[in-house]
Design a protein around this ligand. Structure first.
Ligand code: COA
Length: 303
C-alpha cells in the first residue's frame, strides 16, 4: 500500500465497484437531480432471451439516468455486469443509442449534454449475436456524433471489465477512466483460450489476465486517460472534472498514426513480460498531451 494515505483512510473509502449499476449511476449526479428513463417499470425487456430459456430482466441490464453533474447536463448509462455479463442485446443497445442521440440533439439545440458510460460488459450478448453486433455499430456512430458537442466518458471499474465490441465503443469516447481492477480488451480471455488453446492463453490465470488487460497496464500503455482507485468519491470527482474539462483537442481514435507507430515498434518475436511493457510504455508520451497520472496526494494507486 502507498504511504500517501493511512490504513484507516484506505479502509474508510467507499468502494465504487461494490455498488450495483443503478447505484453507481445515481452516485455521479448532483443531489436530487437524477431521474431514470425507460426504467424497470416500463418493462422494456429482451424478447429473444425467453425463446432460449433465459429469464429476461425488466431493464435489460441497462440503466439510463438524466440529471446534472457539477451543474452541467448529463446522461449516465450503466450496464449491469450481473445480468448476462453486461452483454449488449437489441434492447439494451437501443436504450444506449437513444440516450446518446437525445443528448446529441439537446447539445445541438444549445444545451450541451455529456454522456457517461459505466461499462461492465462482455461485449455483444452471445444470445442475440447479430442484433448485438448491429447495436454496437449504432452505439459507435452515436458516440462519434455526440463527442463533437459534449464529452463522452467511458468508465471501466470492474469486476467484469469491458470487452468485445464495447471496447471499440470505449475507444472512440472522449475519455476513458479505469480502476486498477478494471479490464479492457477486444477478445476476452475465454474467447482466446477457446479459439487458440490454453497454451496460448490460460483464461483461469488471473494474474496473466490483469497483467495484459488490467487498468494499470492499460493506463501505462496510454490507452486510458485517468486511473483512479476503487473509491466512489474519487470516481465522482474525476467524472465531474472531465465533464468540466469539455471536449479534448484531439480524440484518441483520431490519432491513428501515433498508435500505429507504437504497434510497429513492438517486437512480437518474443512473449513480452508485462513488467517490461509497463516500463517501456511509461516512457511514451501521453496521447492527448494531458498527463492525468494520479498524484501522490490524490489518486495514487495502492500497490
Ligand atoms: N454474452 C452473454 N453472456 C456473457 C458475455 C456475453 N458477451 N460475457 C460474459 N457473459 C456471462 C458468462 O457466460 C457468465 O455467465 P454465468 O455466470 O451464467 O456463467 C457471466 O457473464 C460472467 O462471466 P465469467 O466468464 O464467468 O466471468 P469472468 O470474470 O471470469 O470473465 C469476461 C468475464 C467478460 C472476461 C469473460 O466472460 C470473457 O472473456 N467473455 C468474452 C468476452 C468477449 O470476447 N466478447 C466478445 C463478444 S463481441
Amino acid at each position: 500500500m502507498s504511504s500517501a494515505i493511512s490504513s484507516r483512510e484506505y479502509l474508510q473509502r467507499r468502494s465504487f465497484i461494490e455498488l450495483d449499476a443503478r447505484t453507481r449511476a445515481k452516485s455521479l449526479f448532483d443531489s436530487r437531480t437524477d431521474r431514470e428513463l425507460a426504467g424497470p417499470f416500463d418493462r422494456i425487456e429482451s424478447p429473444w432471451l425467453p425463446l432460449q430459456g433465459v429469464t429476461p430482466q425488466a431493464d435489460d441490464g441497462c440503466i439510463v439516468m438524466r440529471g446534472t453533474i457539477g451543474g452541467r447536463q448529463a446522461v449516465v448509462i450503466a450496464f449491469d455486469g450481473a445480468f448476462q455479463g453486461g452483454g449488449i442485446g437489441e434492447v439494451s443497445g437501443a436504450k444506449l443509442t437513444s440516450a446518446l442521440d437525445l443528448a446529441c440533439r439537446d447539445s445541438q439545440e444549445g444545451k450541451p449534454t455529456s454522456a457517461v458510460l459505466l461499462l461492465e460488459t462482455g461485449g455483444v450478448r452471445l444470445q442475440e449475436a447479430n442484433l448485438g453486433l448491429a447495436a454496437v455499430a449504432e452505439i459507435i456512430s452515436s458516440i462519434i456524433a455526440l463527442r463533437q458537442y459534449a464529452p463522452v466518458i467511458s468508465v471501466i471499474a470492474g469486476p467484469i471489465g469491458c470487452f468485445g465490441g464495447m471496447s471499440l465503443a470505449a475507444g472512440v469516447s472522449s475519455y476513458i477512466v479505469m480502476t486498477p481492477e478494471g479490464r479492457l480488451g477486444l477478445n476476452g480471455p475465454e474467447v482466446i483460450e477457446e479459439e487458440s488453446g490454453v497454451e496460448e492463453f490460460d483464461a483461469s490465470d488471473r494474474s496473466l489476465i490483469w497483467s495484459i488487460y488490467g487498468g494499470q497496464q492499460r493506463y501505462n500503455q496510454g490507452l486510458v486517460d485517468v486511473l483512479v482507485d476503487d473509491d466512489a468519491n474519487q470516481m465522482i470527482e474525476t467524472v465531474r472534472d472531465l465533464i468540466a474539462q469539455g471536449i479534448p483537442e484531439v480524440h484518441r481514435s483520431q490519432q491513428v498514426d501515433l498508435y500505429r507507430s507504437r504497434i510497429t515498434a513492438l517486437d512480437t518475436s518474443t512473449q513480452w513480460d508485462p513488467a517490461v511493457v509497463l516500463w517501456s510504455a511509461a516512457s511514451l508520451a501521453r496521447p492527448t498531451g494531458r498527463d492525468q497520472r494520479p498524484t501522490d496526494d490524490k489518486k495514487e494507486h495502492h500497490q
